[in-house]
Write a protein that binds this ligand. Structure first.
Ligand SMILES: Nc1nc2c(c(=O)[nH]1)N[C@H]1C(S)=C(S)[C@@H](COP(=O)(O)OP(=O)(O)OC[C@H]3O[C@@H](n4cnc5c(=O)[nH]c(N)nc54)[C@H](O)[C@@H]3O)O[C@H]1N2
Ligand SMILES: Nc1nc2c(c(=O)[nH]1)N[C@H]1C(S)=C(S)[C@@H](COP(=O)(O)OP(=O)(O)OC[C@H]3O[C@@H](n4cnc5c(=O)[nH]c(N)nc54)[C@H](O)[C@@H]3O)O[C@H]1N2
Ligand code: SF4
Ligand SMILES: [Mo]
Length: 826
């Protein structure tokens, strides 16, 4: 038994390059429940991050009473992280779940029933469609629903209503991952695989705190680092994360300067001849543009702009340039920072220059964050078009019209789909009067909260919120719909490396709560949406029908699901798409043949200018003639829009801690996790703290031009001049009404190409409001680890979970699951 709050990554199982990662099965059961008393174990996968660990749910007397990792799954080989162990089931099996629809009467939300609630929605919806047309409707959805639910929603929005105003919180999350792959390779679709961790010689983590945000993937890295021929590790992050502590080279860039660093790394590859001329010649276009763009960026120029050591830039470039097999991962430190798409594409460029793609150990993982973000991108409830189709290609629109049997003119394609922040802007301006929010909590997670609250409160807005709990956002709703959660409904979802899992219903939802799929189907039926032949637009009787329809939509596209069925996904491991007749067991890594989906008839986009976001358009795209070759894309570096000045001298960045998931609706209800990180804090460096006469635990007010928060200080290993605040802490469990969510401070600004908001960079100032009475509540086991052992107000106690956090670990003698590429090696 191991305290998995204190020992986040559990016990090491070292292994060598090209060996298979050993199995270790992690299990937790509710206090007092013996394994022999479990009625049944139900197959699923974890939905608390994009890693997508295979999980079995323990059921006893109709309730979830624990979980264990699935030893046969290629993703996790049995392991689970703290969120999977403690929050997956405790976060939903809860007393304060929504059990009935709520409707607003005389200004207050009162309990109601489904008929009343749905009729209110449908009558307002019909009224607005009649009077104002489809552009009066907006949908803001999630990266946490199931594939089947997104596909239903996409069809309702695109073929039923015909509105371009549908997006997901995936815009805040993985829009840049998708965009970077589309710009470089022609389509979304993760080139690499987790297996590349087993097979690489060097790893680069770009703005990715994997240790805390994909804990099980990090276990795999730790096990390689503990083995014989350890990979070399490079970390790009302004904080001293666990990743940074394990790295050979740590580049603590100033937030907002990633692109300058990337230019420097690319330039070193050219300068030192660490490039594969043959690969570039045969499989890419635009190399000359790239060479010219990076020329000014000497290591010294990078050092000056990014605040890192020039020799460290050279060392990092040498590791990239001279290691046989390099794996890169990219996440929010790049995607939510300025010039996001250009910076993420630069990682693709590094790999293309050396031909390190499509080969064992040479993965690119443009990471996802949310567990099902990938599916929203595939299905198109997020501003993409279903099946990775291209908005600007009339043949692709016709394919969808045929699949759905509707007139192609209904499907909005006259302009790019509306991105999330623009949807909120249209509400603010009054043109969207009907907004349906599902499985996301923008009143805490969107930038510039004082403004978001006003928008949610707009006069004349009809707001529907569909959630498990009465969230900060639901408080503003006209109608609240209670949703069935993970474990209470069946469906599929796909993780970072394209692995599709089936998640079966284990228990009944509480009260009248029902699945999001049922709700969208009900709405479609009540609205009377029909196909061209007069039959109902959506006539599915459940998730398996939706999955069958989805398979048709993916035929011949990069995300081909036609070889998958629920039956095939039962019993064993998840399967990575494309899975079809040619590849019945799926595909471990893409682009093995160096052929990319850039053909103009096939590609998902004609691309953008990375500096301005202007579209390239079909003519110019064709003239560039990529024809199956990858495209080097870049832009000139520009400083972030908001940089420090005399009034606001610090750079604020924001992000996560290992123990919480987003706005904590699940992790905040798990005693083990909540106990480990109960309240907000802000991180400052030793030097900055001393200069402001601040010590561990002192209470500060952090102000930006838009708002403020009040929080105790943790003196941590963050770079000088930067401040970090976790964004998890809203107000549902706190008396305060508006001074602890990091997004009180952030600004409304986005990347010109991916439209992903800049959540990692704002100018702030800090002043002390009170002496601390105790150390801050920040965990000691993570990036927020204190620099000294004691604060002025006493020792900083180590973060532990105690008895309640004990989990069982079985390091199994069984054979680890094997995937195709390892078969080749053995
Ligand atoms: N425990 C936990 N795990 C999660 C989640 C969670 O809420 N909690 N959420 C999931 C989701 S949806 C997502 S999107 C992922 C996010 O996973 P990550 O991207 O790994 O997490 P973040 O903490 O948002 O940001 C990563 C790092 O970016 C650094 N950073 C900030 N600004 C910059 C910059 O300008 N440049 C660079 N290079 N780095 C910078 C931060 O210091 C931080 O350590 O995590 C997933 N997993
Ligand atoms: N400052 C700052 N802001 C950020 C970030 C950051 O790093 N810094 N990160 C951004 C990122 S990457 C993300 S992903 C977002 C996340 O932000 P949100 O999406 O707002 O975060 P969650 O708390 O995960 O909200 C999901 C909601 O869905 C509900 N839910 C869960 N399962 C279901 C279901 O099956 N059906 C329904 N109907 N509801 C369900 C949950 O109860 C919860 O209220 O935050 C973004 N905001
Ligand atoms: S790594 Fe992610 S998917 Fe795996 S158990 Fe942890 S939260 Fe769940
Ligand atoms: Mo995310």
């Amino acid at each position: 038994m191991v305290d998995r709050i204190a020992e986040i990554w559990g016990t090491r199982t070292p292994y060598a390059r090209d060996e298979r990662w050993p199995v270790r099965v992690d299990q937790v059961l509710a206090e007092g429940v013996q394994e022999s008393a479990v009625d049944r174990w139900v197959q699923s996968a974890c939905v608390l991050c994009s890693n997508g660990c295979g999980i079995d749910i323990a059921v006893k007397d109709g309730s979830m009473v624990g979980v264990r990792g699935r030893s046969v799954d290629v993703v996790n080989h049995g392991r689970l992280g703290p969120k999977g162990l403690f929050a997956s089931w405790q976060g939903v099996d809860n007393k304060d779940r929504l059990t009935r629809p709520l409707v607003r009467e005389d200004g207050v939300l009162v309990e109601s029933d489904w008929d009343t609630a749905m009729e209110r929605i449908v009558s307002r919806s019909k009224e607005l469609l009649d009077e104002r047309g489809p552009l009066s409707h907006g949908f803001y959805t999630s990266g946490q629903l199931f594939l089947e639910e997104y596909y239903a929603q996409a069809i309702v929005g695109k073929a039923g209503i015909g509105t371009p105003h549908m997006d997901g919180n995936t815009r805040l999350c993985t829009a840049t991952a998708a965009t970077a792959m589309k710009e470089s390779f022609g389509s979304d679709g993760q080139p690499g695989s987790y297996v590349d961790i087993d097979e690489c010689d060097a790893m680069f983590l770009f703005g990715h705190n994997m240790a805390e945000t994909q804990t099980v993937l990090w276990m795999r890295v730790l096990d390689r680092l503990a083995g014989p021929d350890r990979p070399r590790l490079v970390c790009v992050d302004p904080r001293s994360t666990e990743v940074a502590r394990h790295a050979e080279v740590h580049l603590p860039v100033k937030p907002g300067t990633n692109l300058a660093l990337m230019h420097g790394l690319v330039r070193e590859l050219f300068r030192n001849g660490w490039i594969d001329e043959d690969y570039i010649e045969q499989h890419t276009v635009n190399v000359d543009g790239l060479r010219a763009a990076v020329e000014p960026w000497t290591p010294e120029a990078v050092a000056e702009t990014c605040g890192v050591d020039a020799d460290d830039v050279r060392r990092a470039a040498e590791i990239f340039g001279t290691s046989d097999r390099v794996l890169s991962t990219v996440l929010q430190g790049f995607y939510q920072s300025s010039q996001a798409t250009a910076s993420a594409c630069a990682v693709n460029n590094l790999h293309l220059l050396r031909g390190l793609i499509g080969r064992p150990g040479c993965g690119i993982l443009q990471m996802n964050g949310q567990p099902t973000a990938q599916n929203n991108r595939e299905c198109g409830a997020d501003g993409d078009l279903s099946g990775f189709r291209n908005w600007e290609n009339p043949a692709h629109i016709q394919e969808l019209a045929d699949l759905w049997n509707v007139d192609p003119v209904v499907i909005p394609h006259w302009a790019p789909p509306t991105h999330a922040l623009q949807i909120f802007r249209y509400v603010e301006q009054g043109s969207i009067e009907f907004l349906w929010i599902s499985a996301t909590n923008p009143a805490v997670s969107m930038p510039q909260l004082p403004r978001i609250r006003e928008i949610l409160d707009t006069d004349g807005l009809f707001l529907v919120v569909q959630d498990l709990y009465l969230t900060e956002t639901a408080q503003y709703a006209d109608v609240v719909l209670p949703a069935a959660a993970w474990g209470e409904k069946t469906g599929t979802f796909t993780n970072v490396n394209r692995t599709v899992h089936l998640s079966e219903k284990a228990v009944d939802p509480p009260g009248q709560a029902r699945s999001d799929l049922d709700t969208f189907l009900d709405y479609s039926a009540r609205m009377g949406f029909t196909r061209r032949d007069g039959t109902p637009l959506l006539d599915w009787s459940g998730p398996e029908d939706a999955f069958a329809a989805w398979k048709d939509c993916t035929r011949g596209r990069p995300c081909d699901y036609t070889g998958l069925t629920y039956e095939k996904l039962r019993g064993g491991s998840g399967v990575p798409w494309p899975c079809n007749e040619d590849h019945p067991d799926g595909v471990v890594r893409l682009y093995r043949d160096g052929v990319f989906p850039t053909d103009p008839e096939y590609c998902e986009t004609y691309g953008h200018d990375l500096l301005t976001g202007a579209t390239v358009g079909p003519e110019t795209y064709r003239a560039n003639n990529p024809a199956g070759r990858a495209i080097f894309k870049t832009a000139a570096y520009h400083p972030a829009h908001e940089t420090p000045d005399d009034d606001y001298p610090f750079r604020l960045t924001t992000g996560r801690t290992v123990y919480h998931f987003h706005t904590r609706t699940k992790t905040g209800r798990s005693p083990q996790l909540d106990g480990a990180a109960p309240d907000v804090w802000v991180e400052m460096s030793v030097k900055d703290a001393e200069a402001h006469d601040l010590g561990e635990g002192d209470i500060v007010r952090v102000e930006s031009r838009r708002g403020y928060i009040t929080a105790p200080v943790r003196v941590s290993g963050i770079r000088d001049g930067s401040i970090f605040a976790p964004f998890h802490y809203g107000y549902w469990d706190d008396d305060r009404s508006e001074d602890r969510a990091a997004n009180e401070l952030t600004l409304t600004d986005w990347d010109p190409v991916s439209k992903q908001p800049v959540l990692k960079n704002a100018a702030v100032r800090v002043r002390k409001v009170a002496d601390g009475v105790a150390p801050s509540p920040a965990p000691t086991t993570t990036a927020s680890r204190p620099v000294g052992r004691s604060g002025r107000r006493g020792p900083v106690l180590p973060t532990v979970g105690g008895r309640a956090a004990q989990a069982e670990e079985t390091i199994a003698p069984v054979d680890p699951p094997m995937v195709a590429s390892q078969e080749e090696h053995s």
